[in-house]
Design a binder for this molecule. Structure first.
Ligand SMILES: [Fe+2]
Ligand SMILES: [Fe+2]
Length: 238
């Protein structure tokens, strides 16, 4: 299949797991997460019961926020370190899309699920999430793959997973999208989100109930980012 970006690189979407560097590579982790997000969006659209749609939307929102946090704290800094420098246009563009999804998720928490505005916000958020996955699978990830080896792709993937598990689970306004601000702001927010998640989990099953948060201490996330930074710096200077 031809890569629509015409950058001469094979989209990660057209590669086997082995070509992506195995199941632990950041390319494979990203692709699996994008597929899961897409499946949740399709499940939402196929559902007619408003409460069930609300539950799917809550799960999708948490998953999208975790995914974006792992990208912004691990993947994009690694990409900029190897390829683009601090003022990279591509990661800045994707970070802008992440902010739009964050804002939409926040608006959805306040809107009436039966209103046309709610549906319009959902449609807008889904379009940005899908566009974002294409930017990464067709452009950012193949460029990273060309620049680094499989060992680095797996090291980035391992740190990415730690951050995904330690991420805040709810949308928050005005959170920095780049390190170190996003890591430092994310740790206390992740703690307060887990308290709220525990409260929600005790509620009867309904639109407000969320799945229990993944069991990782948020402070470990900062340690993982620092360790990855040291590893990548060492490899770059070899
Ligand atoms: Fe993204
Ligand atoms: Fe992504």
């Amino acid at each position: 299949m031809t890569n629509p970006r015409h950058n001469g690189l094979r989209s990660v979407a057209d590669q086997s797991e082995e070509e992506r560097g195995g199941p632990g590579s950041v390319l494979s982790r990203q692709s699996r997460d994008h597929a899961d997000l897409d499946a949740l969006m399709r499940a939402h659209d196929a559902e007619t019961d408003p409460d069930a749609r609300g539950r799917i939307l809550a799960e999708l929102g948490e998953r999208a926020l975790r995914h974006a946090f792992a990208e912004e704290t691990v993947l994009f800094p690694a990409y900029r370190r190897f390829l683009a420098g601090a003022d990279d246009e591509l990661t800045a563009h994707i970070e802008g899309d992440h902010q739009r999804v964050n804002d939409a998720l926040e608006a959805l928490q306040r809107s009436d699920p039966r209103s046309p505005e709610h549906e319009e916000t959902v449609r807008g958020a889904f379009a940005v999430i899908r566009h974002d996955a294409h930017d990464e699978e067709d452009d950012l990830l193949p460029r990273l793959q060309r620049a680094v080896g499989v060992e680095e792709l797996r090291a980035i993937g391992a740190a990415w997973e730690v951050q995904r598990r330690a991420s805040p689970t709810r949308p928050h306004p005005r959170v920095p999208r780049r390190p170190p601000g996003n890591v430092l702001a994310g740790i206390p927010l992740a703690v307060t989100d887990r308290v709220q998640d525990a409260v929600d989990h005790a509620l009867p099953v309904g639109a407000g109930r969320r799945r229990r948060a993944l069991p990782v201490v948020p402070a470990l996330a900062a340690v993982a980012v620092l360790a990855l930074g040291r590893l990548l710096t060492r490899r770059r200077h070899r």
